[in-house]
Design a protein around this ligand. Sequence first.
Ligand SMILES: Cc1cc2nc3c(=O)[nH]c(=O)nc-3n(C[C@H](O)[C@H](O)[C@H](O)COP(=O)(O)OP(=O)(O)OC[C@H]3O[C@@H](n4cnc5c(N)ncnc54)[C@H](O)[C@@H]3O)c2cc1C
Length: 463
Amino acid sequence: MGRPLTDYRSLSLWHATVDDDFTPRPSLPGPASYDVAIVGAGLTGLWTAYYLHRADPTLRIVVLEAEVAGFGASGRNGGWCSALFPTSWQKLVAASSEDGARRMLRAMQETVREVGRAAAAEGIDAHFHQGGTVTLASSQVQLERLRGEVASAHARGFTEEDERLLEPDEASAMLAADPVLGGTFTPHCAVIHPSRLVRGLARVVEASGVPLFEHTRVQSIAPGRVETDFGTVRAEIVLRATEGYTAQVAGLRRAVVPVYSLMVATEPLTDEMWETIGLADRPSFTDARHLIIYGQRTADGRLAFGGRGAPYHYGSRIQPSYDAAPRVFHELRTVLREMLPQLRGAEFTHQWGGCLGITRDWSASVGLDRSTGLGWAGGYVGDGVATTNLAGRTLTDLVTGGDSDLVTLPWVGHRSRSWEPEPLRWLGINAGLRTMSFADVEERWTHRPSTVARLMAPLTTGH
Ligand SMILES: Cc1cc2nc3c(=O)[nH]c(=O)nc-3n(C[C@H](O)[C@H](O)[C@H](O)COP(=O)(O)OP(=O)(O)OC[C@H]3O[C@@H](n4cnc5c(N)ncnc54)[C@H](O)[C@@H]3O)c2cc1C
C-alpha cells in the first residue's frame, strides 16, 4: 500500500507562501553507517547538522526525517524568534546559581542575533526583523502583573535596555489595541517567516554535503543504532530532535507530551489599515492574559495570530485532524477582532496548527550522554524558534568536546522526569489548559489576580 500523500503547503500560512514545491528528498536507501545520526529535520536537527558540519567537516553526519524538513512546529510556528526561555528563573537558579540563570538568559538574547546573522550569512531570506516584543495590558490586573515582571527582571540584573514599562500612549502607538492600559517592551525578539528559515536551512545543510533523508521514520533509538523503515543506521552518536513527536518513538512515550497551538492569519491588510493598527517596526505582540496569545505583522502585511487552548489528546496521540480545532480558530479570530476593532471587514485566509513539546517539569534541556552516545534537545514549549539554534550550537560543542561557555549553561544535561501514565496525564494537562482560560474570565469578573491560576501554577507552568 502506498504512503498517503500529504499536501505540505496546506500545513501553514508559511508553507503556503514559500517558493518551494515540497517534493520529498529521497528516503534512506538502506542500512548504513555514520558518525552522527540526527533524528528529525526541524530547526533543532538542522541547526545541529549545520554547526556540527562547520565545526568538523570530516564527521559523517546524517539527518533522518519522517516527513519533510520543516514538517513539524518549525514550519508552523508564530515566527517569534525570541529570547524567551521556558524554564522558570527559580528553576534555573536551583540548577545552577543566579549567575548561571543570568548567563542562560543572556545566551538566549545573543541567540536571537545569531539566528539573524547565520541566516544572512547563508543567504536565507527568512524575513528576519528584530523589532522586539510589545506586551499590552488590557486590564488593571494585567498591568500590575507586567509591573511585577519588569521589577523582577531588573532585580535579577537586567535593565531598561532589556525590558521596560510603557505608558499607555507609548504602548498604543506601538499597537493601537482596545483597551490599552500600558505595556512592556523588550528588544530581544525578531519576527521571521518560519518556512523560509527551516526550508532554507535544510537546503544549506544538504548543499554542505550532509545527507538529509526524508520520508524515513525512525522507529527506535538505541546506543549506536537507530531502526528505520528502511533498515538500521549505525552511528556512534545519535541525537534526538523529535520534540512534540517524541512520544511516537519506541520507549519514549512519556518523555515529552505534544500540546497543540493553533494559528489564524488575515489577508494582507491595506496601508490605511496598518496606519490605524501600528506595529510599524514589526514588533511581535501579545498581552498579559493567562491563556497565551501571540502575533506578528508579516512581511507581506498580514496579521498572523495564535494561541493555546486546543485540547491535549489521550495517550499523547498526534493526528493530522488535531491540527484543526474549529472552536479555537473561532476564538482566535474573535479575540483578535476584539483587540483590534480596526480589522472590521478584513478577511481571515489561513488557519492551521501543530504540536509543540512539553516535559513534565516544563524545562527545556540539551544533553549528550557520553557513555551511550545518545543526545537530545527539546522541551521548548512555545519558545523553540531561537532556542533550537542554541541547542544546535550546544550539541555541536558537546559532540566535538569543545570547551565552551555553552556547555556549562544550566539547561545542559538536565533530565526531566517522565509524565504520569494515562488517564492521569490527560486529566492533568487538560485541567491545566482549562484553568488558564478560566483564570482570564475570573480576572475579568473580579478585577483581582486569579486565585485559580496561582493554585494551579504547578500544573500549568511547572513553576
Ligand atoms: C502553532 C505553533 C506556534 C509556535 N510559535 C512559536 C513562536 O512564535 N516562537 C517560538 O519560539 N516557538 C514557537 N513554537 C514552538 C516552536 O515552533 C518549536 O519549539 C520548534 O520549532 C521546535 O523545533 P524542533 O526541530 O525541535 O521540532 P519540530 O519542528 O517539531 O521538528 C521535529 C521533526 O522531527 C520529525 N520526526 C518526529 N518523529 C520522527 C521519527 N520518529 N523519525 C524521523 N523524524 C521524526 C518530525 O516530522 C519533525 O519534522 C510554536 C509551535 C507551534 C506548534
